[in-house]
Design a protein. Sequence first.
Length: 667
Amino acid sequence: MTKNPTPDQMHQQLEFLESRIDALEDRDRKFRLITEHMPDLIWFYSIKEMCLTYISPSVELLLGFTPNEVMNTPFRYILTPDSYDFAMDYLRTELDRIRDGKSNPEKVHTFEIAYISKQGDTIWAEITAVGYKNKQGRFREIIGVSRDITQRKRAEEALIQSEERYRTLFETSMDAIYITATSGRFIEANPAAVHLFGFGTREELLQTPIQSLYLDPDERKSFQKDIEKNGFVKDYPLKFRQKDETPMDCLITSTIWKSEDGIEMGYRGIIRDITEQNRLKAQLLQAQKMEAVGTLAGGIAHNFNNILMTIQGNTSLMLMKTDPEHPHFQKLQTVEQYIEYGSELSNQLLGFARSGASEMRVTNLNRLITSSSRMFSRSKKEISIQTDICENLWPVLVDLGQMEQVFMNLFVNSWQAMPHGGKIYVRTGNIHLTPRQIAPFQDRHGRFVKISLTDTGIGMDEEIRQKVFDPFFTTKKHGEGTGLGLSTVYGIIKQHGGYVTVYSEKGKGATFNIYLPASERRTEERQRISDQIPIAGNETILVIDDEQIIKETGQIMLEELGYTVLTAESGAEAEKIYIENQGRIDLVVLDMIMPDMSGSDTFDRLKRINPSVRALLSSGYGLNDQAAAILERGCNGFIQKPFNLTELSRKIREILDEPANEPSRQE
């Protein structure tokens, strides 16, 4: 039988209960004060009911839900699917371990998980969770704290993406990217660096100190001094060598990298190979220089031909009036001969300038090469010329005289490179050129005829090879050569729309390759004129030239042939004279290059006055594109200065003797 407590005992029990209730209420209030003001999310999760039994007010700040909206709900409502699956798998695994005695329920677990906010955003959190046992020692609940790590996760993701971008850039960059220690040992190098220095593998390059890859030790010292002074260099020109000793022109951008405490650790940077860029730049400058020199050469040749025209005209007149038995007759013929030599020199300049007179004919070059080879061999017995002729060589449209000059100049050049005799090999063939196959600035491609001339001479170094087509450049002593032979070859081939290249090494001879565009037309036979006697006439001719002395000389020459001559020194004056004498002027001899009004404009004005006007175009430049355009518009013929009396008379008669109702024909 139980004894009833005394009043004092009951009072003591009541005080004890009240103190325990006060303690519990105080502890609960303290807990709520803590959880309500903590930024971290605190929650209780019931294993039995599989739902949240408590969640702190910070859930509203973190996820946008009120505590009541998520209380007593499964975790899956506030977790991403992947995180929920992970959490449930983790929980099931841990419960199995606890049942098997392999884990302690009160063990602390830490992992990352992704919540879903009320607005649908993903919020990453770091969870610290621990199992909770009741008084009976049963594991029924999990207490967890979730800390917002969304910003950290975003930073980590950005860092990963940045590293991936860097790695992609590093691996795929066309420029070499490297990191070296202060000793020069490679620490890191991308595939482009391995390729740049000619190594087979990255490991092979990493075992090679960068100092051994510099071509010029003095350049390396200068580079080292500059980077140590400034801490970095940008687009610094340096020469490197590949594994096989091939030199390279490079630009390097590099910085010194240091440890956190400021100690220099090494260098990192980018190396760009500009060898090909420099080569193309040099070729472009060379092409521009040749173009400029060609323009200058054309101007010089034009003025020189005007001077020779005056000398030639007066010499022709004196020869007409001089008895062949007179002692001065032979001297005048000598003067005329040297005028011809001067004209050939001028035509060489015009050929280089791509302005020489052309008599274009479709031909097979095999015959010309064979005849030129035989003729040269007969004069130089110490030189053996061997030919390898393509039987089905495509025809080309060329000036035979100029092409003969090309081959003779090349033969002479090879002969001079073999002072003790040697061999010349000439080969012809057909070839299809693709764009930029033989030169960076090659604009024509398709069917070409290739002529290769190789000698066994002394060869040339790279410096001489690059200058070999420059006019007046020669390695011979003063008085032994003009330096125009190969420049003339270059000009004539360019004038024909072709290309010429040279390959040579010191002591290993030289090979000149000529490429001429093939023609679709059939070959033509050259027409020859045997009769060189001046032909007289009695028509009226208008001579137009801005050079007073040439105009007067032309007038005298024509008057000696029996013509009536009118003269004008400008296009405007010629137009006025032609209007006044239109009914009696049979032919106009027209200078192409004149100030104020050019020969082209003058011809157009005269043609408007009289559509049937007959004109002979004259120029010291030769039959260039400008002259050809005038001929296309109806000009009847062309004659290049200097010309003698016979040439002038025949050209005039060719035009005047054509029936008036038939269009003129240009040979």
